[in-house]
Design a protein around this ligand. Structure first.
Ligand code: V47
Ligand code: SF4
Length: 366
């Protein structure tokens, strides 16, 4: 590594390399320098150096199911092809029985986690969220429930006139184990005005995750990139997340989500593989207080996700079984992955596959 840094002709990149090698934190300006650089191989080498310090040669996956209980949503974010109005012919809403039977069927495959997030239907009451959480957990006490994004929590808080922390305490009491990272998008107010003007904002998102950490619920953080944001806005977003992690240590993993434009009002183009890999690698270098960076195969595709495992990422997410949010926006990824396929993707990246639970406790090394 030292040799690679010495060979680097660009002084700014060499200085960043020296910092990374000596375990020092890089600044926002340095992260921006990396985004503007075209030396992808160098950035990936630095990111993989950081990853190996944290995760050795291991890469993680989970046997899980994702459930999107409804696509009915009052918000209509312009980047989203999933959420629709109640009157739309594509609108659906799963009954509690349908959700329970999906979980029962998935149990045959050995799932360890239910990841549940959906739209914001105008007719759901606060009690409906609590009851659904409790019913799922009561029927499946052996499975971790990672559910409800900060957007859903903020909505529950409005419905119930309770604070974020009160809502989270009631959900935890009902059986919630962890919060997923959705709803962060890009925190910049300029960007939010274009892509998500009415839903929970940066302050709500950060307060909800901080509140979750306070009561012992760990959570994940995301960044939706590749639409109208600048590199500066990506770095600012990651900086807000890094600051909260310094304060609480409650985030488990950072997940860069590549934007898919099909069927969205926002439109635009899909991200390039180079941008995907660069964003994963820079997040690994910048977020020195995160243990894990996820290469979410649903947005990256299997092959880019596999390369990402050599460029700073150490986790693929899981079998998923069904996912509607990114598939509504045209992702070409399959709808599910078998456990053996995930193991093969990881082995193909020359990493050791570790089946994990929601909290990154190893279940089996393959
Ligand atoms: O918040 C919506 C994103 C997110 C599009 O916590 C889109 O482990 C791409 O957050 N193109 C929900 N992305 C998914 C999510 C997630 C996924 C996997 C694991 C975890 C975790 C969290 O999906 C939304 C939004 O940022 N999204 N539309 C789109 N057109
Ligand atoms: Fe609704 Fe979430 Fe889609 Fe926004 S991103 S429209 S809140 S489902």
């Amino acid at each position: 590594m030292q040799e690679l840094i010495e060979l680097q002709k660009d002084k700014a990149l060499r200085d960043i390399g020296e910092k990374v090698l000596s375990g020092k934190r890089i600044t926002k300006e340095e992260a921006l320098t990396l985004f503007k650089s075209n030396d992808l191989a160098y950035i990936c080498a630095l990111a993989e150096y950081v990853n190996k310090q944290k995760n050795s040669n291991f890469a993680y996956f989970i046997v899980n199911i994702q459930i999107n209980p409804t696509n009915i949503c009052v918000y209509g974010c312009s980047f989203c092809a999933f959420g629709v109005k109640k009157t739309d012919s594509r609108a659906y809403e799963l009954s509690t029985e349908q959700i329970l039977s999906k979980i029962s069927a998935a149990k045959e495959l050995g799932i360890k986690e239910v990841h549940m997030v959906g739209g914001i239907p105008p007719h759901w009451r606060y009690e409906d969220y609590i009851k659904l959480t409790k019913t799922i957990k009561d029927h499946n006490p052996d499975i971790f429930l990672k559910a409800w994004t900060a957007v859903e929590i903020a909505h529950m808080s409005k419905l119930s006139s309770k604070s974020h922390i009160e809502v989270l305490m009631e959900l935890k009491e009902a059986g919630l184990d962890a919060l997923p990272g959705g709803g962060a998008e890009i925190f910049s107010e300029r960007v939010r005005q274009i892509i998500a003007p009415t839903k929970a904002n940066k302050e709500d998102y950060l307060d909800i995750h901080e509140s979750a950490h306070k009561i012992g619920l760990s959570s994940n953080a995301t960044m939706l990139y590749g639409h109208v944001e600048t590199y500066e806005e990506r770095v600012s977003h990651m900086d807000d997340i890094r600051k909260l992690q310094d304060k609480t240590g409650g985030f488990q993993v950072f997940i860069p989500l590549a934007y898919w434009p099909e069927g969205t009002r926002l439109g635009g183009r899909r991200t390039s593989s180079v941008d995907d890999i660069k964003t994963i690698a820079i997040s690994r270098i910048f977020l020195d207080n995160f243990n894990h960076i996820k290469a979410y195969w649903v947005t990256l595709g299997e092959r880019v996700a596999q390369i990402a495992l050599n460029c700073g990422a150490d986790d693929l997410d899981g079998t998923i079984l069904e996912e509607k949010i990114v598939h509504s926006a045209g992702t070409t990824s399959p709808i599910a992955q078998s456990k053996s396929k995930l193991i093969n993707i990881i082995k193909g990246a020359n990493k050791i596959p570790v089946e994990r639970d929601t909290f990154y406790n190893p279940i089996c090394i393959h």
